[in-house]
Design a protein around this ligand. Structure first.
Ligand code: AMP
Length: 928
């Protein structure tokens, strides 16, 4: 017998149907990628989503086909979601922050047929278009007018929508049909797909609507900063229409100032984001004395929320914080730290201890804590164990069965997180299983130490990793990124931790870094930190090794020693040239850093080594182009060349300087002298051509004979590399001809061709490498929280052709690897020296010093205004004579004064590090 209720499949199209019928005039406001704010309603979104379904049907998309989106949070993205899912296709959200190779893998694995995207991400798609054969159509969320920079063959969304009707049938399929697909970040192995069903999304929506979960209602205005491409924006794009809340979609601008502007202008009451976003907002609020007049509650998850953030929201801005935990595999919300009746009865400080935990499961989620043997562990609040989870919106199997059987015998999924459970059922994540530190058989929670350290007033971000230790296996190392302009000692941080964590949890060392890398989903990328720190040795480990192993001296403590080129016998080096090292931490060679990774961004500011040779060793070790391995190593690796007499065309007597040939002689009689000589002369000329072209481009642009597009763009960047290839081929052919035609006679010219080829090719490789290693930007600033802008006068100087001077642009030109990222973040990673300068002088004096530095650098002054502390100047590059502009701002600061510098080019090509060099040079000169 079955119940006698109506059959009403739980499919997500019903959510937007409901929003249209009962909250049709409720607004969705979006910051469009093109710039202006766009306003629409649930009724309009519903109608346009139907058009999306018709467009897809017209493109022959069938139920079950995968249709991807690579897009920011906007109303158009919501329309596409509902249009795709409503007709039974699967909405596959792509995370633009993944590397291109990962995107290619994911798109091919999912066999996506269509991709909806934003203008911002066209460079990414252009770079991978020929590697994603299943994709038949790319639809750009824009209108025809903005399609100028489009990818060949891409359609404009608005134009497609205008060609179809808004009559489309939705639903009518099983509620267990697939609705969405999202790949995990893939920290181990390839990314795996989580295939959500309509039913699981529907149930997740009902659960998140609960008062103790997201708890939003029809009177709320909701701003999901958390992207729709990461774990479904925590379900907000379903729950907001489900309750009829107003939605505010932030588009591409996620910096503190832009979010603050939206919070205030749209009177947002509820928002959700990862801690780093909130940190940026709080920094912005402090810097600008900003206030939050409507915001009532924020949900924070994705990584553990630092206490300082909860306190700042609560005490300074009167905003309640709900800490939540979840993962792609749990749709994503798994727990939330809203109080139960016992906790609610506690005082604020006691409640805070629970608020900082990840919280308790709502109906629909069941948790287990087990040891490695699968036995349940006590809910005592301090026993660590594996966190397992089960429920109707928890993954049962990855897409296409990847990873095999993933549930235990009771149907629980192992989250890969290590956690505790307390007597109130509050779960606390202590680590990812692979990050937890095992010290002397006991576990140390890196997250807990990080959270406390991040609460230090001078800290912006903190990360803890386990470093190899001969006695304890692993010991904690604390990495700290200081707030701009701050300086600190490691003792300050150790003292700050004292009493807040167990003594034996105390980090063995503190290292100050300019950047703590975040992964594609905004979490601290410990894998990258570990590879970058692979050659670092804790001072305590070196000491322990020295006292326990008398035979082999411990390796030199080093930071960022480059990867050795060829593995060889481990040996102790007097100084750290890039010679083979022991893998101290025991990571597999594959996990060791590439040279590029080793040096990108994570610059150690305070060396932990005090002996001069070791510091010298580091300096050598971080040279951008490490020396070749020792020649002995090479010699043993490469067999000694055999001596061959040359093949010749001529007679033995005049063509055999080294005696009888050891290889069969060619019997051809034709003398090749004339031709060989002529050819070698020609090859010499051809080998010189690329250099001549670049030179001509440089001089031509510099002296105004051609514009930069011709001199730099066409001649130097487009033609010269192609000619380089021809030159190298011609050169190699010349060598072969010389060998055959009589090496004795032609060796000098052949050698010349060889050297020129080598130099040309070397130059080409250098230029390519410089393009790869330098981020494709031409804008470097020491401050993006209060961006430095140019005066009208300077803007006139720059002229209408010059690139925009934006406040923290999101999209570096022609960027594949960096597309969609904030220039602020890229600056922090790639130009560590671009940091504000704090001087103990009065502002007037600091201004004079700054102006002297600008003049000394040979820049032409445009603005010299001591009253506002603004200096503007222009410089010209030596080679092409390209102009770049500099603005310097001197402001009073508690310590005396603070100087910020921004350097920005005028043409939209990568500056190959020139602006970073300019800022570094100026800051250096102002300091001295
Ligand atoms: P993802 O699937 O990319 O969303 O990552 C899920 C993982 O993020 C979880 O397994 C946790 O390790 C981590 N995570 C999510 N929320 C939190 C939180 N509130 N505190 C600590 N870690 C979290």
């Amino acid at each position: 017998m079955q119940g006698r209720m109506q059959d009403w499949p739980l499919t997500v199209d019903r959510i937007i149907d409901h929003a249209k019928s009962w909250h049709g005039d409720r607004e969705i406001v979006s910051r469009s990628v093109e710039g202006p704010m766009m306003r629409t309603t649930y009724a309009q979104v519903h109608a346009r989503a139907k058009r999306v379904s018709n467009v897809l049907r017209g493109l022959n998309i069938q139920p079950g086909d995968r249709v991807a989106t690579l897009a920011w949070n906007t109303a158009r993205h919501i329309e596409a979601w509902y249009g795709i899912m409503g007709m039974g296709a699967v909405c596959h959200t792509l995370n633009p922050r993944l590397f291109s190779e990962q995107l290619v893998y994911i798109i091919n694995h999912a066999e996506d047929k269509v991709i909806f995207t934003d203008l911002t991400f066209l460079p990414i798609l252009a770079g991978i278009r020929d590697q994603i054969p299943t994709v038949q159509h790319i639809i750009v969320f824009t209108d025809d007018a903005h399609m100028t920079a489009g990818l060949p063959g891409a359609h404009s969304y608005e134009s497609l929508l205008s060609q179809v009707s808004e009559d489309a049938v939705w639903g009518g399929f099983d509620e267990n049909s697939p609705a969405g697909l999202c790949y995990t970040s893939g920290t181990t192995g390839n990314p795996k797909g989580v295939l959500y069903s309509h039913r699981s999304n529907f149930l997740h929506t009902l659960v998140t609507m609960g008062a103790d979960v997201l708890g939003i209602g029809a009177t709320d205005t909701v701003l999901p900063v958390v992207p729709m491409f990461h774990a479904n924006a925590w379900g907000v794009a379903f729950s907001a229409p489900a309750v009829g809340a107003k939605l505010v979609m932030p588009g591409a601008k996620l910096d503190g100032a832009s979010i603050h502007e939206l919070l205030e202008s749209e009177q947002v009451t509820f928002s959700a984001a990862v801690p780093t976003v909130w940190q940026m907002l709080l920094t912005h609020l402090r810097d600008t004395n900003g206030t939050l007049n409507s915001l009532k509650r924020v949900v924070i998850g994705g990584s553990a929320v630092p206490e300082a953030i909860v306190r700042a929201f609560r005490d300074e801005y009167g905003v309640a914080v709900t800490h939540a935990w979840g993962m792609t595999e749990t749709s994503p919300l798994g727990t939330q730290a809203t109080p139960n009746h016992k906790i609610a009865a506690m005082d604020d400080e006691a409640q805070l201890r629970f608020q900082l935990k990840q919280g308790r499961p709502p109906l629909g989620i069941d948790l287990r804590l087990t040891n490695d043997e699968g036995q349940d562990l006590p809910r005592d609040g301090h026993t660590f164990g594996k966190l397992l989870v089960k429920g109707p919106f928890v993954v049962g199997e990855y897409f296409k069965g990847d990873g095999g059987h993933i549930l235990d015998d009771q149907g629980f999924f192992d989250t890969g997180d290590v956690a505790t459970l307390d007597e109130h059922g509050f779960m606390q994540i202590t680590d990812r299983a692979k990050d937890v530190i095992k010290s002397g058989g006991e576990w140390i929670s890196t997250i807990e130490i990080e959270n406390i350290a991040a609460g230090h007033p001078k800290a912006e971000l903190a990360a803890v990793i386990g470093m190899a230790h001969p006695k304890w296996d692993e010991r904690p190392l604390l990495l700290v990124k200081l707030r701009p302009g701050q300086e600190a000692t490691k003792e300050e941080f150790l003292q700050f931790l004292e009493g807040k964590i167990a003594k034996w949890w105390m980090p063995d060392d503190v290292v100050f870094v300019d950047d703590i890398p975040l992964g594609a989903t905004g979490k601290i990328d410990k894998k990258l930190i570990r590879t970058r720190m692979a050659d670092y040795v804790l001072p305590t480990a070196a000491a322990a090794a020295a006292s326990t192993i008398a035979l082999a001296a411990p390796p030199e403590p080093k930071i960022y020693a480059p990867e050795p080129e060829a593995p060889a016998e481990p040996e102790v080096h007097a100084h750290a040239e890039p010679a083979p090292q022991e893998d101290h931490a025991g990571w597999s060679p594959a996990a060791r850093p590439t040279q590029e990774e080793s040096y990108s961004g994570l610059t150690v500011l305070t060396p932990t080594l005090d002996d001069a040779p070791a510091v010298e060793a580091q300096a050598e070790a971080i040279a951008p182009f490490p020396a070749e391995p020792a020649s002995e190593t090479r010699a043993s690796a490469i067999p000694a060349p055999e001596v061959h007499a040359p093949l010749t065309f001529g007679s033995p007597s005049d063509e055999e300087p080294f005696g009888a040939p050891l290889v069969p002689r060619r019997t051809k009689t034709r003398k090749g002298d004339g031709f060989a000589g002529f050819y070698l002369n020609l090859a010499t000329l051809v080998a010189l051509t690329p250099a001549l072209m670049v030179g001509a481009g440089m001089l031509g642009t510099r002296y105004g004979l051609m514009d930069w597009k011709t001199g730099l763009g066409v001649i130097a960047l487009e033609w010269a590399p192609k000619v380089t290839m021809i030159a190298v081929a011609a050169g190699l052919l010349g060598i072969i001809i010389a060998l055959f035609a009589g090496f004795g006679r032609y060796w000098a010219r052949a050698l010349m061709v060889l050297i020129l080829c080598g130099a040309t090719f070397g130059g080409y490789l250098w230029a390519r490498q410089a393009q790869i290693t330098n981020p494709p930007i031409n804008d470097v600033s020491t401050d993006w929280t209060m961006p430095l802008t140019f005066s009208q006068k300077m803007m006139r100087e720059r002229g209408p052709e010059a690139i925009m001077v934006e406040a923290d642009p999101m999209r570096p030109m022609d960027s594949f690897a960096y597309a969609g990222r904030r220039i602020a973040d890229i600056n922090a990673e790639t130009c560590a020296e671009a940091r504000p300068l704090v001087l103990a002088q009065a502002p007037g004096q600091a201004y004079a010093q700054a102006k002297a530095a600008v003049e000394q650098a040979g820049l032409a002054l445009v603005t010299d205004d001591p009253a506002t502390g603004r200096i503007e100047a222009t410089g010209r590059s030596l080679a092409f004579g390209l102009k770049n502009d500099v603005v310097v701002r001197v402001l009073p600061a508690p310590q005396g004064s603070r100087i910020d510098v921004r350097a920005i080019g005028r043409v939209p090509v990568s500056d190959l590090g020139a602006n970073c060099a300019r800022v570094t040079e100026l800051i250096g000169a102002m300091r001295s």
